[in-house]
Design a protein around this ligand. Sequence first.
Ligand SMILES: Cc1cc2nc3c(=O)[nH]c(=O)nc-3n(C[C@H](O)[C@H](O)[C@H](O)COP(=O)(O)OP(=O)(O)OC[C@H]3O[C@@H](n4cnc5c(N)ncnc54)[C@H](O)[C@@H]3O)c2cc1C
Length: 553
Amino acid sequence: MSAVTLAKHRPRKFWGWGYDDDELTAAEKEGVAARTRQLAGRDGLRLGSAPKTADFDLRRPRINPPVALASRFSTTAHDRLLHAYGRSFADILRMWMRDVPNPPDLVAFPETEEEIATILGWSGRNNIAVIPFGGGSSVVGGVEPAVGDSYAATISLDLERFDKMHEIDRASRAARIGAGIYGPALEDQLRPYGLTLRHYPQSFQFSTLGGWIVTRSGGHYATVKTHIDDFVESMRMVTPSGIMESRRLPGSGAGPAPDRLVMGSEGILGIVTEAWMRLQDRPKFRAGASIRFADVFAAARAVRALSQSGLDPTNCRLLDQDEVAFNHVGDRKSPTLIVAFESADHDVGPWMARALELARDHGGRTDDGQETSDGSDAAAVWRNAFIRMPLWRDSMIGMGIIMDTFETAITWNRFEDFYNRVKHEAAAAILKATGRNATVSCRFTHVYPDGPAPYFTYAVLGSDSGDLKSVLSRWVEIKRACNEIVTRLGGTITHHHAVGRDHRDGYDRETPELFRAALAAAKQRLDPAGIMNPGVLIDPIGRKIGQTGALRA
Ligand SMILES: Cc1cc2nc3c(=O)[nH]c(=O)nc-3n(C[C@H](O)[C@H](O)[C@H](O)COP(=O)(O)OP(=O)(O)OC[C@H]3O[C@@H](n4cnc5c(N)ncnc54)[C@H](O)[C@@H]3O)c2cc1C
């Protein structure tokens, strides 16, 4: 068994976002302290130093790896901790609590599909649960080895060695890419060809192509090609029952599509090892502007008009009055729409001009008219907040602040009532759980002709005394309430953060029971021993796993 870490990447923080040596700047530290004072009414709680591997007394591995592949496995504390949780609020808090009851027994770093097949076969014979791991940026408990009591052990199977750009088909503008590649490496290898996948989730730096595909991730772009689904041409998946590979086609009407079964499967059917992805030429023409409104619903009507105009802006991010205040955008009080266009082929000025007309029709105002290229100050402030937010959040958690988000989607005809009720009911749930008033802010991450994807954020002091157990139980109460609110009011449990373990209650509420039974039957065919990521999405037939992870009662 290896005594040294097998991970190829620059060492990552096992307990939070970023690399081991990523730090907040002095100005950011001051910003976090000021925000904490604002929420706590005084200096935040000092919870001591950030977690170190020596702080954890991990359960000893319950199994040894298969002898023939022993060199592909690690049992170092760092590797087991890095693979014990994703990066949700509860994951980071539990690291601060030094609370890791379910570390993977082993972490596997296979290099070939044959090795994956061997590991899956061995795991099936030995009743070992296998948790696929891409970048580990799941915020829904997707990579947590909390699998109930019926398994002998757990393995986290890390795809980082499946990180090759195998081939590029310039004529069809597509590439065959390893599923374990991280976002920046993927784009770096396409750049010399003038190509891009153009899929930028906020977690881009620490998430992988395979993770995006199986969670149906949402990129940064607001309209048309929002989810990774739109870019998948074909893919390969190693399952316990063999390899499933789909055919490269630009389109097909041949029955239910195999890729549709795999996209969103969150590791319960098998391990995606590579995919042919549709690419785009890198954009050359850009235009952007930020537009202020007096009223959030007037702004939403402008967004609806834009989304139904066929202009298809690349960015169409509406920040409500609370979101601009929280992120210090613009005048910090007016709902603001950040809109942008880009193209590899044509000047987008006329599109921008028409978008501004539509916005003005609904009362929108720009200070300085249309702006080009990098856009306005508001856009720049917003972008910086967007990129640095995960690091700020980790520090605030360390000071006892509960800071979390939840996202959904709803049709336009129900939007206004939905927005009011979600904000009101979520704030009431936070007050009930913590005894404190909190503002629930909202922005649109994506918009469609038939409705927006609202994304809600809140922050509140979790405990006066620094008792982290009660911070966790308060978060659990709020999380359960928000899951219930958005699905009861007709939204989806997730627009792009996946289901994992933490959204299972909402997934059960929003999907037909017959569909889940059909999915379980498909899983049984591909994964007869029920070892693939148990506890996520559905229970394997013949096992009762139910709620595991952070929300387990
Ligand atoms: C700060 C932050 C910002 C985020 N922003 C966004 C965003 O903008 N858009 C968005 O969509 N999501 C976002 N997320 C959520 C997360 O990044 C996505 O769900 C992402 O797609 C996960 O990719 P990953 O490689 O990290 O997968 P992981 O977290 O490693 O795994 C996610 C799930 O996929 C499974 N899995 C991973 N790789 C494979 C594979 N090759 N084969 C089979 N199963 C596999 C895992 O078992 C798990 O169930 C964010 C998360 C954080 C922490």
